[in-house]
Ligand binder design. Structure first.
Ligand SMILES: *Cc1c(COP(=O)(O)O)cnc(C)c1O
Length: 392
């Protein structure tokens, strides 16, 4: 049965799965492999030519477990080809280094994930690749920053700390007009933003987050809808020696099957909590694109079919000690990086940007709403505001 035309909840159950290849077991096992033995020299050589076509040749080039994950992610992202790597950051850096050479220029959104920014400023700069940061709200206005040597326009929408939403289709049109490839970090928009219908050429996922979904593995994916572009990136991934571990890919596949149902709960509970936070006197702004008064709401409503459980809160100006007292004392919100797991998390965040000013004066806090009962989470947040005290 082909499930390509079925709804996403149905497709995700079948994507990348081939029980007949694994003695009928519902899930493929975690193939642990370095060496893969061939019966003849001819076969060894023939297989080698197909190593980027999901033929098993050597552990570093993938196993049936990583291939299954890649097929599934390609399908849910709406692309045709996917490669998995050891982390979300590796997916970003492998993509950028595959597409950029010395003398090239990169347009990078100013709200980008911090380590991506650090990679541009540290490694790409050292390799002679210049980065210009652009306003997340620029839209077609990035045309003013395009140069003949601009080879990549990188988007991340919404940003995972400031939650600004980008006009990706408008940006993509300008980028393509100038011959640049559009890369998107689509971690926040997994399942709810279909990158390849919005002009994106390469979609990167920190699969560590919602795909794995249980805070117990590091994983990244790079998906394309064009085979030639994919092979450029796939070759680079192979030459760097980046590879996802089979155990991690297996955990990614396990997480993926329940992704739509988890995501809806994260999103619904998150939105309810975001609405409650808007009523609090301590809060200057809730940074959640599904709230009607969010500056990116219209773009979100146009381009996304939902969201996830990650959003920010800009507090009214208050002492650092008060914020620490609020965060340290939570019972249900654990202090920790990352997001996308079943549990609620909180971190204080700091906006670092160079192209644009950040409008909020007070401290920023980022919440990940997990799968706990939202009324318990609201009670925990309420006690937190007691520790924070009244705004100055
Ligand atoms: C976490 C994250 C990454 C990096 O993923 P890792 O798997 O932690 O390397 C990249 N982009 C975004 C938006 C993230 O939140």
């Amino acid at each position: 049965m082909s499930t390509r035309d079925a709804k996403i909840d149905t497709r995700i159950i079948h994507a990348g799965r081939a029980p007949e290849d694994h003695h009928g077991t519902v899930n493929p096992p975690a193939y642990r492999a370095s060496t893969v033995i061939a019966p003849t020299v001819r076969e060894l050589n023939e297989r080698g030519k197909k190593r980027f076509d999901h033929v098993v040749t050597y552990g570093r080039h993938g196993t049936p477990t990583t291939f299954a994950l890649e097929d599934a992610v390609a399908e849910i992202e709406g692309g045709t080809h996917c490669v998995s790597v050891g982390s979300g950051l590796a997916a970003v850096t492998a993509t950028l280094t595959a597409l950029l050479s010395a003398g090239d220029h990169l347009l990078m959104v100013d709200s980008v994930y911090g380590p991506t920014r650090a990679f541009c400023d540290h490694t790409l700069a050292r390799m002679g690749i210049e980065t210009t940061y652009y306003d997340p709200a620029a839209g077609a206005g990035i045309s003013a920053l395009m140069r003949p040597e601009t080879k990549v326009v990188f988007t991340e929408s919404p940003g995972s700390h400031t939650f600004e939403v980008q006009d990706v289709p408008a940006i993509a049109e300008v980028a393509h007009g100038g011959g640049a490839v559009v890369v998107m970090d689509n971690t926040w928009g997994i399942l709810t933003f279909q990158p390849f219908t919005k002009g994106v050429d390469v979609s990167v996922q920190a699969a560590t987050k919602y795909i794995v979904g249980h805070s117990d593995a590091m994983l990244g994916t790079i998906t394309c809808a064009d085979k030639d572009l994919f092979l450029r990136i796939r070759t680079s991934v192979a030459l760097f020696g980046f590879a996802a571990g089979s155990e991690e890919a297996w955990l990614g596949l396990r997480g993926l099957r329940t992704l739509p149902i988890r995501l809806r709960q994260h999103f619904d509970a998150g939105l309810r909590i975001a609405q409650w936070l808007q009523t609090r006197p301590e809060v200057a702004a809730v940074l959640h694109p599904a709230l009607p008064d969010h500056p990116g709401h219209a773009l979100w409503a146009r381009d996304f079919t939902g969201g996830c459980g990650l959003f920010g809160v800009a507090l009214k100006p208050v002492s650092e000690a008060a914020v620490e007292a609020m965060l340290d004392g939570y019972d249900l919100f654990a202090l920790g990086y990352s997001w996308g797991g079943f549990e609620s998390l909180v971190v204080p965040t700091h906006v670092s940007r160079t192209a644009t000013d950040w409008p909020h004066q007070g401290p920023l806090v980022r919440y990940h709403i997990g799968l706990e009962d939202p009324s318990d989470l609201i009670a925990d947040l309420e006690r937190g505001f007691d520790r924070l005290g009244s705004p100055a």
